[in-house]
Structure formats: C-alpha cells, structure tokens
Design a protein around this ligand. Structure first.
Ligand code: OGA
Ligand code: MN
Length: 315
C-alpha cells in the first residue's frame, strides 16, 4: 500500500491494490484538479496495476475528455451500432441500456459483453479507456478485467513460442456487444472481413513488457494459417486467456471512473436486468504508434501478476 501526497495540500491520493492479478482502488483525488505531479503518480499507479478505479468523482463531460487526453492522443468514438442514437459527441461514447422513444441512447445494451480489448480493429487502438459510471443498476453489470501480461507469461512454452511472430486480423463489423455496426454487411469469410492486423504478442511501450494481444474472438483470423488451423489456435489461446486466476470483477458505484490499459488488459461485462438503469460515459486515448512486438524487449515478466501468483502459492 502506498500513499502519495501532492503539492495541493488538501489532496492525498491513496492506492489500495486489490487481491487479484490486477487492479487498484484510488481514493483522495479529484480528477478536475490534477497537477502534473499528481497525474504522474496516478499514471505510474495505472502502469503498475493495469486498471485503476477512481472513486467518488463528480465530473462533467469536458472534465472526462480533458482527463482522458492526458493519457495520449484523444480518440474519436467508434461507429455506433445499427439503430442506436447518433454519437453523443466526437470524443465520448455513451454505454447504456436506456431506450428513449424506441431508440437506444448508447451502446452495448444489457446483455453480456464478451471478453475483448477496445477497438482492436483499428490500426492504432486506444491505450487508455476511461469509463465513468453515472447510473448503476442495483444488481448485475459488473465489469471483469484480465491481466494479459500474466496470460502470456503462463502460456505453455511451446505455445508461447508458436505465437511469437504470428499476427491476427480483427474484424470491425460487430461491436463488442455483438451488434452489427451501421453500414457494415454480415461476415461470411474471416479472411476477407475489414479490420486491422496486429501481433499476438505486443510490447507495451511504457513498461517494455510483453503481453498477449487477442483483441476479440469473433471473426478473428491468424494470418498465414488455414481457417480451421486459425480457429483451433485462437480457441486454445482464448481458453487460456479467459481463466479466472487472471481476472478481477469490479462492482460499480456511481461516481467511479475506471481507467484500463487495453495494451495489457481485456475486459468483460456481466448482463443485468433490463429494468435496471445503467449509464456510462467513455472517452479513450491512444499512443502515436501502432501495436508492435519489440525484439529488444528483454522478456522479463511484469511484476503485478507475478506478485499475485507468488502470494497464491504461498497460501
Ligand atoms: C466499454 C465496455 C463494458 C461495461 O466501454 O468498452 O466494454 O462495463 N464496457 O460497460
Ligand atoms: Mn469495451
């Protein structure tokens, strides 16, 4: 546990690491009043724990956008799904199950959202996703996060070696919630669907550690393999990467702002009852360069997940 005092006398950031393979709860900060030193401390905490939950924020859309922009290049929102209300603004996506006058005000509805990292079908996917909870249902809709450094580090060595230089294409056609995007046609051949190609093992540009980068399962295709071979290898990798020991599930409170690192984290959402109201606003920032495997990265593990595993073994 560590506490960081900022030059702002009234502010005392407190970090509580969670007893899982990733994640920390941050209290004592106001995201509207972050000086450079406090942001640097928050950013370092994020790199260390992969996902941070910042509690008790009463911030508006401009604050959310300004905070997100500090993580990199502010991203434009993804294309909304068919039948959904037009985008809310250029930089904020609404994630919600609320339907007004027959039109969903946001994306992802109330169903389960399968494990994924955000907008992996783009050439330069977001590094930071910043999700603010405005309204939260009484039950359900928890968001799971999973440590993809640890997923790579715990792969059987032969499999780790096999994927070392492989890349996969990520389909843009469907949202993470399974809805087809406006203007896209159904996919019949995974080799032909539109989307970006990324290495299955990527080097995190800030930590210099390697992580497994799967993006999303639906319509993914590993280049150079037969479709059947690609499907089999992807199934094996996904089975490994979605194991419980890699994950932690966050139970939201209104006022939470959660920042996850798509370069080393996948996320998942539990379904919730349609009668509950859930409204989130999300902004995203990206790096300047596309995901890459740096052969000069030394292959040392990221400490966060390893620390958790060591604790589990010591029990
Ligand atoms: C997202 C997402 C999950 C959730 O915003 O990218 O996948 O819990 N959301 O709403
Ligand atoms: Mn997502």
């Amino acid at each position: 546990m560590n506490a960081t005092t900022s030059p702002l006398k009234s502010t005392r950031m407190h970090v509580e690491p969670l007893p899982f393979a990733l994640g920390a709860i941050v209290t004592g900060v106001d995201l509207r009043q972050l000086d450079a030193a406090l942001f640097a401390a928050l950013h370092a905490t994020w790199l260390e724990h992969l996902v941070i939950v910042i509690r008790g924020q009463q911030i508006g859309d401009d604050d959310l956008t300004a905070f997100s922009a500090r993580f990199g290049v502010l991203d434009e929102v993804p294309i909304v799904s068919k039948g959904q209300a037009p985008r809310y603004n250029k930089h904020i996506s609404v994630i919600s199950n609320i339907i007004e006058n027959g039109v969903p005000i946001g994306g992802l509805g109330d169903d389960e959202v399968l494990w994924h990292s955000d907008t992996s079908y783009r050439d330069v996917p977001p590094s930071a996703s910043v999700l603010q909870a405005l309204e939260i249902p009484a039950k359900g809709g928890d968001t799971g996060f999973s440590n993809m450094y640890l997923a790579l580090e715990t792969l059987p060595p032969s499999l780790r070696e096999r994927i070392d230089t492989l890349s996969a294409k990520q389909d843009i056609t469907y949202t993470a919630g399974g809805q087809r995007r406006d203007g896209f046609t159904p996919v019949t051949d995974v080799r032909a669907c539109p989307g970006a190609t990324h290495p299955l093992v990527r080097t995190h540009p800030d930590t210099r550690r390697n992580a497994l980068y799967l993006g999303r399962r639906r319509n993914a295709y590993i280049l150079g393999l037969d479709v059947a071979e690609s499907e089999e290898l992807l199934d094996t990798l996904w089975q490994h990467a979605t194991q419980n020991f890699l994950a932690w599930h966050h139970q939201w409170q209104a006022g939470d702002v959660v920042v996850w690192d798509n370069r080393c984290v996948m996320h998942h959402r539990d379904p919730f009852d349609a009668s509950g109201r859930r409204i989130m606003h999300r902004a995203q920032a990206r790096d300047a360069a596309r995901p890459a495997r740096d052969p000069a990265a030394d292959g040392a593990p990221h400490p966060r997940g390893q620390h958790y595993l060591a604790q589990q073994l010591a029990r």
